[in-house]
Ligand binder design. Structure first.
Ligand SMILES: Nc1ncnc2c1ncn2[C@@H]1O[C@H](COP(=O)(O)OP(=O)(O)OP(=O)(O)O)[C@@H](O)[C@H]1O
Ligand SMILES: [Mg+2]
Length: 212
């Protein structure tokens, strides 16, 4: 695999919607421990709306399609997750505007823009117990893998593995951003729901584009 096509990007979006639907209750359960028990419901509503929006609208432009995903999430997810996931996909789209194929360096640039966008919007720092704790290691591991000479597929797998580590590392953290921060020390001992859905995103990218 040297590049991903427009169809591969659409398959990723569909697969992420399926994964979110499967994990809806788990994400909501994680959010019930340190939030308001809606993260899975919010994300599933958004990704269902994305599928409805994309159905029959194959533009061939990867950037345009990813921007449509972002705009749909902004208008349907609500809460903290809507603007954050909306920004993530809008930035993926802006970075891939007009492209019908993505090479490894294109995904590096897109992922960097997406993570910068999430951080600019949410002002989270590492270890604040947020989405950033999965996304930043995922981005960094991807870049490091390419620098090491890893294949596209291997770099995607290392990105997902690093995001998983980052997600697990949120368990002992005390939340410093979002609704979970209202709990103070009581937020420790629970895995962050947004870091979990962010790991699922990078895992779905790897599973769809690089095989299992
Ligand atoms: N400032 C932030 N930066 C990055 N991620 C954040 C930030 N605030 C919250 N999050 C992420 O959002 C997740 C919660 O998303 P969810 O969809 O449940 O929204 P919410 O917190 O219920 O929103 P609201 O409080 O507006 O109802 C958290 O687990 C965390 O990962
Ligand atoms: Mg919530």
């Amino acid at each position: 695999m040297l590049a991903v096509t427009y169809d591969d990007v659409v398959r990723f979006i569909q697969a992420y919607a399926d994964v979110i639907a499967e994990q809806k209750d788990h994400l909501t359960q994680l959010d019930s421990a340190i939030g308001d028990a809606d993260h899975g419901i919010n994300m599933n509503r958004g990704m269902k709306a994305v599928l409805a929006k994309l159905n029959g609208h194959a533009s061939g432009d990867i950037g345009a399609t990813l921007k449509t995903v972002g705009m749909t999430l902004v208008s349907t997810v609500g809460g903290a997750g809507g603007p954050l996931y909306g920004t993530l996909f809008l930035q993926l789209g802006a970075a891939t505007s007009g492209k019908s194929e993505l090479e490894p360096a294109d995904w590096e640039a897109a992922l960097a823009a997406a993570v910068d966008g999430v951080i600019a919007r949410g002002k989270a720092e590492l270890q604040d117990k947020t989405m950033a704790d999965a996304l930043v290691p995922g981005r960094d591991a991807y870049r490091a893998a390419l620098e090491d000479g890893a294949s596209f597929a291997e770099a995607l797998r290392r990105s997902a593995a690093a995001a998983e580590e980052g997600m697990k590392a949120t368990i002992p953290l005390v939340a410093r951003k979002g609704r979970a921060s209202y709990l103070g020390e009581r937020s420790a001992g629970h895995q962050d729901p947004g870091a979990t859905s962010s790991w699922l995103l990078l895992k779905t990218v790897a599973d769809t584009w690089a095989g299992d």
